[in-house]
Design a protein around this ligand. Structure first.
Ligand SMILES: [Zn+2]
Length: 363
């Protein structure tokens, strides 16, 4: 099993002075900064028993915001930076109802934070890709206007055309040489069937290691008889799973996924948007939630959560800032009051200092 305890360094301090733990930065591998109400007053939410209700509420809320995408995204991304996030993968809506406004807004916010935050943008067809005519063309256009990856959403249950959706996503990705990151909420054998299909397609396209599945709730049920074979297929395809350890949703057995070679990264998902009143944009909080929701007990369990939030995420997004960490003298690092990584995960303090390119940043 991988351990992560060498990825942080305790600084010797005089008696009576709190211990200083120096760590690499965090990676938020799945966040939606375009939808957030952060910095824009409180957003009240409607009951949403179905996924379709949540999606409809989301569009209604986005069209009703007083503050534009750039200002809300900037407020949330700045909050993330001050809490130690150095890289993020942002899923940003592309739809005929929104045009490329969200892509432009998040990219503008990212440009303002460029010295402190690496940002990948996934073009995300939240309101349907094939079922929302015109979205496919906008998705392709977004790749020339700030989007880095091609996203997707529940090809069968939301978009209503499993093979058409998968063809469209992989077709765009291959045509433009981009990676893929697909939301898949579907559970049970149907969700697992789609995951095996996506794994087959990943291998057929030669895209091993370049496809991520967001949420992938289907892999969180250990009772499903097809789970081991599905995880093997995902592992052989080098597929990633991005989990967000959300309160009401299932979480994966991290050890089981590791045994099958499925890599896991961690993200915030929606923060204070129409989908959820929760979220802080802090990956310290998020790794704590991952540990809590997965029943972390031993130091190794807690260190795994830290590793997923830092080095694993950095491998997924290719974060130079996080991957370059080599100890207390690294130019890009975080400093915390903590005795150890397990204590950091449980206590979830904010960083004392965020150091970028050798400078203590303040925003
Ligand atoms: Zn998401």
């Amino acid at each position: 099993m991988t351990t992560y305890s060498l990825l942080a360094e305790i600084q010797g301090t005089p008696p009576g002075v709190p211990p200083l733990l120096v760590t690499p930065g965090f990676v938020d591998a799945h966040i939606h900064p375009d939808k957030t109400s952060w910095g824009s007053g409180w957003l009240s939410r409607s009951p949403s028993p179905l996924l379709s209700d949540l999606i409809a509420n989301d569009l209604h809320a986005q069209l009703a915001f007083d503050d534009d995408v750039e200002s809300r995204a900037y407020a949330l991304m700045k909050q993330a930076v001050l809490n130690g996030t150095m890289s993020m993968r942002a899923h940003v809506d592309v739809a005929t109802q929104l045009g490329l406004n969200n892509i432009h807004g998040v990219r503008a916010a990212a440009d303002r934070l460029a010295p402190f935050l690496e940002v990948q943008i996934v073009a995300f067809p939240q309101f349907g890709l094939l079922s929302n005519p015109g979205t496919f063309d906008l998705m392709e256009a977004s790749l020339a206007e700030g989007a880095d990856l091609v996203g997707g959403i529940d090809p069968a249950s939301v978009d209503g055309d499993l093979h058409g959706h998968v063809d469209a996503v992989f077709g765009l990705a291959n045509k433009h040489g981009r990676d893929v990151d697909i939301h898949l909420h579907d559970t049970g054998s149907e969700g697992l069937r789609q995951l095996r299909l996506l794994a087959q397609r990943t291998v057929a396209e030669g895209m091993q290691g370049r496809v991520t599945i967001g949420h992938a709730f289907a892999v969180c049920d250990p009772q499903e008889p097809e789970l081991p074979a599905t995880l093997d297929a995902m592992g052989e395809a080098g597929m990633w799973m991005a989990t967000c350890a959300l309160g009401a949703d299932p979480v994966p057995d991290l050890q089981l996924l590791a045994r099958h070679g499925v890599k896991v990264a961690l993200g915030s998902d929606g923060v204070r948007d129409a989908w959820s009143p929760f979220g802080t944009g802090s990956m310290v909080d998020r790794m704590h939630l991952l540990g809590y929701r997965t029943g972390a007990l031993t130091d190794a369990d807690l260190e795994r959560c830290f590793g997923i939030a830092t080095t694993a995420g950095a491998e997924l997004v290719g974060s130079a800032a996080v991957r370059s960490f080599s100890g207390a003298s690294s130019k890009d690092r975080l400093e915390f009051t903590a005795n150890s990584i397990p204590e950091l995960v449980v206590n979830r303090p904010g960083p004392l200092r965020v150091i970028r390119d050798g400078q203590h940043i303040s925003l």
